[in-house]
Design a protein. Sequence first.
Length: 341
Amino acid sequence: MAPAPKRVLVTGAAGQIGYALVPMIARGHLLGPDQPIILHMLDIPPAAESLEGVKMELLDAAYPLLHGIVATTDVTEAFTGVDIAIMVGGFPRKQGMERKEVMGKNVSIYKAQASALAKFASKDVKVVVVANPANTNALVLKASTEGNICPKNITCLTRLDHNRALAQIAERLGVTSKDVKNVIIWGNHSSTQYPDVNHGTVTLADGKEHNIRDAVSDDAWLNDEFIKIVQQRGAAIINKRKLSSALSAASSVCDHVRDWMLGTAEGTWTSMGVVSDGSYGAPAGVVYSFPVTTKDGEWTIQSGMLCHYQSSSDVSNPLGWTAVRQDQDEGDEDEGDGDGG
Ligand code: NAD
Ligand code: LMR
């Protein structure tokens, strides 16, 4: 017998990530090929007609898993009974835009929507924040839903950065991203993040698993250009498309939620922005990207790694805390790269 439908909310569903994401959800990429979905889509009144058009297209695509669509500009209706909330609604930065402009607008949206989340969503709702600054918006949701929603259920998306790191290594070695595993994104979805290959492996043409550093055999590239490419990829996409990444963001949201709900494979971990328990020196309570394993809808921070910054010679600033703390703080000074965090 088919399982009961799950209610999945996408906020900002009429936007460009929303348009890429909702067909992926309806096709089963979020919760697997057997899980029926009732899709809730929220946007603001100026986007109501466009949202209605997206709903019409979803109907026309006749997705077998799609058991219902709620397309609305009413926050209460949107959040009622949802099991998964994908928070995309907000404003993207544009080319040349200051980062704090996005932060100012988007953080207030997350403050406003937190009460609807706490009041009307399922008590065990799982939340992933996509809108920038993603870590900060998730922190705002966590703080504003305390006592109603378990902080462990509020996460932010750093899986796009994780996937970017996998793809860069795969491209460099002429393999597919499936052959690369266990990279880590530490920190914020911003240019202060640290993409870490030091625990990662790659399966090469010989069929054997190799340490990424040995396989690449170019520490200079791994320690410099690779890190910058991953850290700055969002800006590079905006420079080319004049719009921020959308299909890759949507696909990574599906990877994030699917792994969270269905579990990571034995011996592998992924990267998720989660509420810190103080692991690796990240202050307890901040939303920080760690390596996590998942099982039955629960994530666990993978312990026992040597965090790159802890092994660096800069012992006075082991995890780059100055930058991380600034990004967690709503009133921070813009760093000039405008990339959110
Ligand atoms: P977009 O402008 O195309 O779409 C955003 C949608 O949100 C619009 O339809 C807008 O009407 C809607 N919206 C605005 N305020 C809202 C509110 N209060 N409630 C509900 N909906 C609201 O933008 P996009 O390209 O889809 O990007 C969305 C966000 O995701 C941006 O903040 C962007 O920077 C961020 N992003 C994050 C990642 C990541 O990896 N974390 C990746 C890509 C983009
Ligand atoms: C990304 O990483 O692509 C997004 O955060 C969009 C951006 O502003 O860079």
